[in-house]
Design a protein around this ligand. Structure first.
Ligand SMILES: NC(=O)c1ccc[n+]([C@@H]2O[C@H](COP(=O)([O-])OP(=O)(O)OC[C@H]3O[C@@H](n4cnc5c(N)ncnc54)[C@H](OP(=O)(O)O)[C@@H]3O)[C@@H](O)[C@H]2O)c1
Length: 279
């Protein structure tokens, strides 16, 4: 039996399981022998993933099609899994909000805050309470490298991820005595639909995209060992060197680089739009 299954089995709940890092958590945990509750909105994708994992890993999978922005979504999820011995929870679903803060529609910022901040906070609260009776349990919160400094054009998103980092580091200490290991995973740029759909040319930034499977593996390896971990060596360096600089310096630098990367993307999109019209 694997270290993870032995300590945190037998059921794991993963939100944002339909794609990217959440899906990779699901695949890795299936290989470790966990039974899985997979949460996301698109039912057909969830069912497809559930069937694949059941067939490949001989585990039980319960797909839960749920919009975490719906009122009482976390309570609905908790009720739906009340019969299961949940030992590991990974609230991974999250969205970005790129663009100038005052130019954004506030409703979309509000939704992002609900999904990135309120939903993982409530999930952690609800499941940590349930876990109190178990010997060992685990929670992996998903933050971001952007949590480590202000990021112009991602102001509210970066702030939402800072919240998760601080919440997680605090709870890592609070929950230890209850047998709950909590770690915060902070991915840098990761090759998923999340980053692929942003109107920004990431090749203009000094970043190397990681594979979502490597990022998820980093989160699982950190559980029970570290309160937080930044995935990838270069990302670790960025998070570390920030401590040596005045706080404004990396904020200004990233503001400049991101403005440029957005402008390059915009020019390229305009060119290809014009070319498509001409054909
Ligand atoms: N990719 C990166 O570069 C990167 C970097 C740093 C941090 N992160 C963080 O990593 C986490 C996962 O990101 P990812 O890159 O794996 O993103 P992703 O591929 O876009 O996956 C997001 C997942 O969340 C689900 N989801 C979205 N809105 C939802 C809602 N309202 N209710 C329920 N499920 C919802 C989506 O499925 P449905 O659409 O079917 O609901 C999907 O499964 C996020 O918290 C993100 O902030 C990502």
């Amino acid at each position: 039996m694997s270290r993870l299954l032995d300590k945190y089995g037998s059921w794991a709940v993963i939100t944002g399981a339909n794609s990217g890092i959440g899906q990779e958590f699901a695949k890795l945990l299936a290989k470790e022998g966990f039974n899985l509750v997979l949460v996301a909105r698109r039912q057909p994708l969830l069912d497809e993933l559930a069937n694949t994992l059941k067939a490949e890993a001989n585990i039980e999978v319960r797909p839960v099609a749920l919009d975490l922005l719906e009122p009482y979504a976390v309570q609905t999820l908790a009720k739906g899994v009340a019969d299961l011995d949940v030992g590991l929870v990974i609230p991974c679903a999250g969205v970005d909000e790129m663009g100038r803060f005052v130019e954004k529609d506030y409703a979309s910022i509000d939704k992002m805050l609900d999904l990135n901040v309120k939903s993982p906070t409530e999930l952690t609260h609800v499941f940590a309470k349930k876990m109190e009776g178990r010997k060992h349990s685990g929670i992996i919160l998903v933050s971001s490298l952007f949590a480590y400094q202000g990021i112009p054009n991602f102001a509210a998103y970066a702030a939402s991820k800072s919240y998760i980092l601080i919440l997680g580091e605090s709870l890592n200490v609070e929950l230890k005595s209850k047998g709950i290991d909590l770690t915060v995973l902070s991915p840098g740029l990761t090759d998923t639909p999340f980053s692929q759909n942003m109107a920004i040319d990431f090749s203009q930034l000094p970043m190397i995209a990681q594979k979502p499977a490597d990022v998820a593996r980093c989160g699982l390896n950190s559980l029970g060992k570290r309160s937080s971990n930044v995935s990838g060596l270069l990302n670790k360096f960025y998070a570390w060197e920030n401590r040596l600089l005045p706080r404004w310096a990396p904020v200004k630098l990233f503001g400049f680089l991101i403005d440029r990367a957005i402008a390059v993307y915009g020019r390229r999109a305009a060119k290809s739009g014009a070319a498509a019209k001409a054909n």
